[in-house]
Design a binder for this molecule. Structure first.
Ligand SMILES: [Fe+2]
Ligand SMILES: [Fe+2]
Length: 203
């Protein structure tokens, strides 16, 4: 089983081919958003580290994870330079914001929800890297294949953290949040982003 398929274990819907075709055609835009995703992955790990300092196992794992995401960010910035993709500001897509909107705001539920949200984002990243890698030119194909393996590993780590944070309810919450995640990546979206649904124009 490939790494992307491992990521799929918690995802309720595969990426639609309409997204993949647009992403392959407009790869520089996706690469630009991807650089931002790596930064955000580091920042989300740091935010969790600040929110739950009493959990030593989680703290150490998240610190390592945040450093790894920053290294990914550096790799993407270097790939952008190699491929002649210059930095441009982009409007944020709907995915992360909408997913966040589905989380509970009060503890103790918030912790497991945040961990499951990260697990889902990492799983979706792994799935999409595996889909994109064979379709893109060599430097990106190599990078995406490598990152797909790392994000699949992160997805598994976040699932384990969620399991130990809420052994009795993590599975039910995962089902709820995974349904929302699947809806966001399969329904027509106003903008093409790494985690978007297929763009309206391509539907
Ligand atoms: Fe990453
Ligand atoms: Fe990651």
């Amino acid at each position: 089983m490939g790494e992307g398929a491992r990521g799929m274990t918690i995802l309720l819907a595969p990426t639609p081919s309409a997204w993949l075709e647009e992403a392959v055609r407009r790869w520089p835009e996706v690469l630009l958003d991807h650089a931002n995703c790596e930064k955000k992955a580091a920042s989300t790990a740091l935010a969790l580290l600040f929110a739950y300092p009493e959990d030593r196992v989680l703290t150490l794992a998240l610190s390592r994870l945040a450093r790894e995401e920053l290294r990914h960010f550096e790799q993407v910035v270097r790939a952008m330079a190699t491929l002649g993709v210059s930095f441009a500001r982009q409007r944020p897509g709907r995915y992360a914001h909408a997913l966040r909107g589905a989380l509970r705001t009060a503890e103790p539920g918030r912790k497991v929800d945040l961990l499951l949200m990260s697990a889902l984002i990492e799983a979706r990243s792994a799935e999409r890297f595996a889909l994109l890698a064979p379709r893109l030119p060599p430097p990106l194909a190599r990078l995406y294949a490598e990152l797909g393996v790392a994000e699949a590993r992160h997805h598994e780590a976040y699932v384990r953290f969620a399991q130990s944070a809420a052994p009795g309810e993590w599975r039910a919450r995962l089902t709820t949040l995974a349904a929302r995640e699947a809806e966001l990546v399969t329904t027509p979206d106003r903008t093409l982003r790494f985690h978007s649904g297929p763009p309206e124009s391509a539907c």
